[in-house]
Design a protein. Structure first.
Lengths: 403, 392
């Protein structure tokens, strides 16, 4: 039976993360945007509160689902639902902060999904230490974005080692990460079957940071270019070991993570749109034109109502995709729907929010101006809006393999 | 606890109605648009018991929740939106009576359930916008006397039950008006029947009330309570309207999808061109988005007040229905514009839907009011007395 009531535990998580977002993150947000970083003292505090940017399995001393590993009342895992519930609140607090939180980040899922028990222990146990650490995910290259099949970073076997060469770009937390999951090809002629995922640790000779990007938004989030120049990594760093790649698992491993991460990113977009919407809603109550609050003009009402219903619709698409993932139901189409709809809506909503607030919406002492810049990338990363539509198209149309 | 599955009972009902819509409604949609539902279609519909699904047991209904209504209306409209309206003998009047829930209202519903006649809600009036209704209810002995002309009444004039909004106290607008239950035909005369853009299977009429004598009990709500009653009524009707909008959107999407799979151009199906494929992807996504808002509103209505949720669902679903119907015509191209395919009909039908009951602008204004903390029974939120009359 359809039900939209959060469980007590889910609601507690929501409230806890919201408290954190409101009281710890928001006050830092504008300053962090100006200085392009959150201070280390902030990250230590975050660690103490037990908030991270990705789950760490219980087997390596983490708290599993990121919420004590607790299952729902029916005994079904709920890490996807808890993830999206928390992500919305963090997105509401500050979209740059959520990407900067210590933890394995997007590097977590491939290690958890593909990694051997030894690899999970080796790479994930650092996150239970007191010091903040980061993991990162190195897929995108100057010549290959959403088309993962086009990656050109090479991995050449040399005895017990692999030698990696190539350049990765737009890697979130790439410079501060203790390790990065690097996707490379052992044989370009094999296409996706030739892909391998390696965990490359910071400080490995030949592994260096190119530039840190200057961006339109999410300025407090670190976006790095990473250069691999004859980087020798031991075969122990090949995620899952050679056996894992018999067949097409290498590529599928990379794509599988999207089923969890697209709703998560979509949920952050919902949080941003909600933050902007709430600021506009409160603004219109207190600002008057020709003797009545601007809220009472239909043109403004219509923009507010449109924003509100699209935020609510986005959230439901996100929750459905997360619910499906928790229940082990294939959700590739639904995950892309949630991302396509929530991100595009959020960008459009922030446009309306700035419009409603007028000049107050474009000055940089206001959260709204920052959110307007921050939100755009949500329709770009983790698969652009167009890529989401390709994914959906392939699943609704007959015999459509590619355009 | 969050759950995104219908469960066995609702899934079975959904499958039953889907099958009925495909077998009975869809093949005869042009005939229904022209002449109203055939006897066979009406009988098949009545035998499913869908009309009274969510009516109280005391009114001969099954007492099921709004979630059932939402599922059923989507499936019927996915067969054909115009037919979903044409088959609905109860219409907005039945929703109004169910909302009021007084013994005389339930009694009228009970007669409606067992008979074969229609009910109609006479709300809008033609002419210059004003705060008072032109139709008046005047005290006559112990009872009332009803006079005046209503406009844009779906199925009005020859219905066995009319619910009529009329002015009781002059100059007081909606709070000074009342809703009256009129059973039988005495003093009621059908005026002109309009030729309409869409929803052709149900006559849209002008209705004249000429010294219609009513008992004291005909007034359906306490004096001054009409705005509050209307709010509850629009909340209930909105679920039906929004669910139908989702059904219409889905029909258009699925029809366009089927066409895009078959129609070849430049050596491949047109769906294999990105411009068409992305349009279909957006239609699919928006249908799902709207449906979840509708189901959330239906669920919320079982928990308490659902004014904001219904308004959100309705505004979203109406937008989605128009987007999908419009894009279906676009995907079909020339074939979408001619009557060989139903796409053109659905594009006409959905536009009409956006002017039904709490129309699209009223839904948006209501949602904004809920968000801004302004009163939800304020007269300017209701199309009944606004510059922009809706039909009912």
């Amino acid at each position: 039976m359809i039900d939209f009531q959060l469980s007590e535990m889910q609601d507690n998580i929501r409230q806890m993360v919201h408290w954190f977002a409101e009281n710890e993150v928001r006050p830092m947000a504008l300053e962090a945007d100006r200085t392009h970083q959150f201070p280390m003292a902030f990250f230590k505090k975050v660690k103490e509160l037990g908030i991270s940017n990705g789950p760490v399995p219980e087997s390596v001393g983490g708290d599993g689902d990121g919420a004590g590993g607790t299952k729902d009342k029916k005994g079904v895992k709920q890490n996807n639902r808890l993830g999206v519930i928390g992500a919305e609140e963090m997105g509401w607090g500050d979209p740059a902060c959520i990407l900067s939180l210590p933890g394995p980040g997007l590097g977590g899922p491939p290690v958890t999904i593909m990694g051997t028990p030894e690899q999970k222990k080796r790479f994930l146990s650092i996150f239970k230490e007191e010091e903040p650490h980061w993991g990162a995910y190195g897929l995108t290259e100057p010549g290959a974005g959403s088309d993962v099949a086009g990656i050109r970073t090479t991995a050449v076997r040399d005895g017990d080692h692999y030698v990696l060469n190539g350049t990765k770009c737009y890697i979130t937390n790439g410079a501060r990460a203790a390790w990065v999951v690097i996707f490379a090809t052992v044989d370009k002629s094999k296409g996706r079957a030739g892909h391998r995922a390696f965990v490359v640790e910071k400080g490995t000779p030949g592994f260096s940071v190119g530039k840190i990007e200057e961006k339109m938004g999410l300025r407090a989030s670190e976006t790095a270019e990473l250069v691999l120049d004859n980087v020798r990594v031991h075969q122990d760093c090949l995620l899952g070991g050679e056996k894992h790649y018999e067949g097409k698992e290498g590529f599928m491993g990379a794509m599988k993570t999207f089923d969890s991460t697209r709703p998560l990113v979509a949920s952050m977009a919902v949080g941003i749109a909600r933050a902007g919407y709430e600021l506009a809603r409160d603004y219109v109550k207190d600002n008057f034109m020709l003797g009545r609050p601007i809220a009472r003009y239909h043109a403004v009402e219509a923009m507010l109502a449109k924003a509100k219903r699209r935020i609510d619709a986005s959230r439901l698409l996100v929750w459905r995709a997360a619910w499906m993932a928790d229940h082990g139901i294939e959700n590739v189409k639904e995950a892309s729907m949630s991302k396509a709809y929530a991100a595009r809506s959020a960008v459009e909503i922030m446009g309306d929010v700035v419009q409603i607030m007028g000049a107050a919406g474009v000055t940089n002492d206001q959260m709204v101006e920052k959110l307007y810049r921050d939100v755009k990338v949500y329709d770009i990363f983790e698969g652009t809006g167009e890529v989401q539509r390709i994914v959906i198209s392939k699943r609704i149309l007959k015999d459509l393999k590619a355009f | 606890m969050l759950s995104f599955e219908l469960g066995d009972e609702l899934s079975q009902l959904q499958a039953t109605v889907k099958d009925f819509a495909a077998r009975e409604i869809r093949p005869s949609l042009r005939a229904t648009e022209k002449n109203g539902p055939s006897k066979a279609l009406s009988e098949a519909f009545e035998s499913l018991g869908l009309l009274t699904l969510d009516w109280p047991e005391a009114a001969g209904g099954a007492g099921l929740s709004a979630q059932y209504r939402a599922v059923v209306e989507e499936e019927l409209a996915a067969g054909d939106l115009g037919s979903a309206f044409a088959l609905d003998r109860g219409g907005a009047a039945a929703v109004f009576l169910r909302t009021v829930g007084t013994p005389q209202a339930l009694d009228a519903l009970k007669d409606l359930a067992s008979g074969g006649a229609r009910a109609a809600l006479a709300m809008a009036e033609a002419g210059k916008a004003q705060d008072d209704f032109r139709v008046t209810a005047q005290r006559a002995g112990d009872g009332w006397s009803l006079n005046g002309t209503k406009a844009y009444v779906l199925g009005g004039g020859d219905a066995s039950v009319h619910v009529v909004l009329a002015q009781v106290e002059a100059g007081k607008g909606l709070p000074g008006a009342g809703a009256f239950l009129v059973r039988g035909a005495q003093g009621i005369r059908a005026g002109k029947t309009w030729t309409t853009l869409g929803l052709g299977g149900t006559p849209l009429r002008e209705v004249h009330f000429e010294t219609v004598k009513l008992p004291a009990s005909a007034r359906l709500e306490a004096p001054g309570k009409l705005p509050a009653t209307l709010r509850a009524f629009y909340d209930a009707l909105g679920i039906t309207t929004a669910a139908r909008a989702v059904g219409a959107a889905r029909a258009a999407y699925e029809y366009a999808l089927g066409y895009a799979n078959e129609r070849q151009a430049f050596g491949k199906p047109i769906g294999h061109f990105q411009a068409v494929a992305f349009t279909l992807a957006d239609m699919a996504t928006q249908v799902d988005a709207a449906r979840w808002l509708v189901w959330k509103a239906a669920w919320q209505s079982t928990q308490g007040s659902a004014t904001a949720e219904v308004a959100a669902a309705q505004a979203q679903a109406l937008e989605t229905a128009f987007f999908c119907a419009n894009m279906a015509v676009q995907v079909l191209g020339g074939a979408g514009y001619v009557k060989d395919h139903p796409a053109e009909k659905w594009m006409r039908d959905v536009k009409t839907l956006a002017l039904y009951g709490q129309h699209a602008q009223a839904a948006e204004a209501t949602l904004a009011a809920a968000e801004l903390g302004t009163p939800l029974d304020s007269a300017d939120l209701f199309p009944a007395s606004s510059f922009h009359p809706a039909f009912s």
